[in-house]
Write a protein that binds this ligand. Sequence first.
Ligand code: PLP
Length: 400
Amino acid sequence: MAVEFTPSSNIALLRESATIAVSQRAKALKAEGRSIIDLGAGEPDFDTPAFIRDDAKRAIDAGHTHYTATEGILPLRQAIAALARDYSPVAESLVAQDVVVSNGSKQSLFNACFVLFGLGDEVLVPTPAWTSYYEMVQLARATPIAVMGDAANGLKVTASMLAAAATDRTRGVMINSPSNPTGSVYTPDELREILVLAHSLGWWVISDEIYRRVSFDGEAVSALQVAPALDNLVIVDGVAKAYAMTGWRVGWSIAPRAVTKAMTAFQSHATFHTASISQYAALSALTRRAEADASIAEMVAQYRVRRDAALAVFGDYPGLPLVRPAGAFYFYFDVSAAFPLHAEPGSAFAARLLEEKGVAVVPGAAFKTPSWVRISYAAPESDVVEGVGRTLTLWSELKG
Ligand code: PLP
């Protein structure tokens, strides 16, 4: 008997990423021989620093190619806890047992959503936010509640905006600073107020700090530095962005002991541990600190040069609503004036930009803000400046 696939109730609400249409079309145009400036990618264009690659090769030769503990090798978890203790006085008691290493921070976020939230729960998602947050909360059978940020304040939310969106079903909030897609960074006071509110109402806070070290006014503040308490806090971080290690798939969570135990048990059945060699590479990144800091400083300096060069181009178009990014490597801007009647101005704009100007970007529908568009400047400076220039030319042509 022929068997037809009917999606299970587990994935009834699952949607393909809204970024896929543009990137598929960009690939097709490239295959046809068109030269495309790709400003869609959310990953560093730098190589993983050489000392990390060398240590990974040594790990292979040393035979570190077997199963490890689900939660990761002890020295790596110790290094993660030591790093957290160094940047946060609140974290002085953190040890390896508070850490779970996962297949990228994405899996850490999924683990956290899955063990903390369930049917009937509501989770506040400051919006715009990375597309996977909404899907992860839904896969946990909870309901994501988008709380729209304030365009006059870098699309960030305040504690009072979150309080206004809360109901008696609210169980948690997902924070991301520096933000993908806006590049906004919460100030210590803004973050503290949110953490104080969450603690007073007994909400879980999942703080995604994957871009913490890609920040232009010193490292962005961590929730670990300003939290009134740690008993409702899950910190998620990883090596992907700051260390240019996206493909290695190493992320981690720092959480209360019971949550850590639950995430370990869940991960043990889902994926087990992340690759042993990748764990040794991450160990190198986190323990050879002087070299890592120098590499990060060099990459962040380059992101800053690209950001400033592109901001000079944006500066010629003062009518375009743009978030001035203080971290990560994205520009986020509102193109609704170009398509005032369209339901998804960002998608219409991204499609035209690709076809007519050969620039690939990500429409804001991916981040639940369909009027906006995201440009990544994790690309060579000349591409960034040229791509932003073409984008702005199209914008002024369309808005008339
Ligand atoms: N969190 C945010 C906000 C991201 O933008 C990304 C990747 O794009 C991730 C998490 C996932 O990173 P990782 O490669 O560590 O899974």
